[in-house]
Design a protein around this ligand. Structure first.
Ligand code: ASP
Length: 315
């Protein structure tokens, strides 16, 4: 059991540009995952299989891509000769995919997402180092018996349920919403500051991805928020199919503008399930006595949307 499968989905890690010094001018999702592997000399003697699952800028991530990814993950994780899987991904929606996989992955093998902030053609490309680290983390985690979903970026291992993009420009772009990384990994593959216990994945399985996606939207509370968008969504739903859920990206500890609250009562009465998260980067939203709408804990609004989709599908 020593093979590692690398599933490619696109992203900046597979991006290319004309000018190596202008790393911000590029197109994501251009190189194949096999090309990404070939560019890392340290991986030459590791038994790897590269499989292209999708080729998207992750800002365009979709249920359809997740379904494909789930199918491939299920297939390769079930193989006796496979120690674990690496997924190359864009940074923009990595938090959503990581959280979804955290909920669904079953079994005890490691699944490691990685990405890059600079395209493969940039002078300071971070993709090759991140990919090398991700493969080493699969090897080390498998050896330590640590299964589950993590993300490896810039020398840090983040829990799949906590990881999020926290900076839009720096190489050190991710954090855990106030939670520390699970471990640090150096450029020799050595781990330090390891957190215990290592989080286990949810184990819900892949069946849910075969279901059609229930419509769940995110609404932000802000100055002057009066529920206009919610009313528009309800009117649209009457013609085009049901709105099943709303995730609120509230202020502070998940609080809402009073103008929005009034309209949300109307939505709830029409059968829309409503959950509360926060637009604040750290601290999350805990349950409190008298809550009208359920609190989403530490999840980002986008992760909370994934959680609500799963809930509506019975997971
Ligand atoms: N737009 C890119 C993506 O998410 C950004 C990145 O990968 O850094 O695919």
């Amino acid at each position: 059991m020593q093979n590692i499968v690398i599933l490619g989905t696109g992203g900046t890690i597979a991006g290319t540009g004309q000018d190596p010094e202008r790393s911000w001018q590029y197109k994501a999702a251009q190189l194949s995952v096999a090309q990404l592997v070939d560019a890392v000399p340290e991986l030459r003697h590791v038994p790897l299989e590269a499989v292209q699952v999708a080729q998207v800028d992750s800002k365009d991530m979709s249920w359809a891509v997740w379904r494909e990814l789930g199918r491939e993950l299920q297939k390769h994780l079930a193989r006796e000769d496979v120690a674990g899987v690496v997924i190359t991904h864009g940074t923009d929606t990595l938090d959503e995919t990581a959280y979804l996989l955290h909920r669904l992955v079953d079994g005890d093998k490691p699944v490691v997402l990685t990405a890059a902030m600079r395209p493969a053609t940039a002078l300071d490309a971070d993709g090759p180092g991140n990919l090398r680290d991700a493969v080493r983390v699969v090897q080390e985690a498998a050896q330590r018996g640590l299964g589950g979903v993590v993300a490896v970026l810039h020398g840090r291992i983040w829990a799949g349920a906590q990881v999020r993009k926290a900076c839009s420009s720096e190489l050190d772009a991710f954090d855990g919403g106030g939670k520390p990384p699970l471990a640090l990994v150096d450029d020799q593959g050595q781990w330090s500051n390891v957190v215990t216990p290592w989080p286990a994945s949810g184990g819900a399985g892949w069946q849910v991805l075969a279901s059609p996606l229930p419509r769940v939207e995110i609404i932000t509370s802000h100055a002057d928020a009066d529920g206009w968008l919610v009313e528009a969504a309800l009117a649209h739903a009457r013609q085009n199919g049901p709105l099943k859920g709303l995730v609120l990206a509230g202020t502070g500890h998940g609080t809402l503008h009073k103008g929005l609250e009034a309209v949300l009562a109307h939505a709830a009465a029409q059968g829309v399930t409503i959950w509360r998260s926060s637009r604040v980067a750290r601290g999350g939203v805990g349950s409190r006595e008298g809550d009208v709408f359920a609190a989403c804990g530490d999840l980002t609004p986008a992760q909370a949307r994934v959680a609500l989709v799963l809930y509506l599908l019975g997971v």
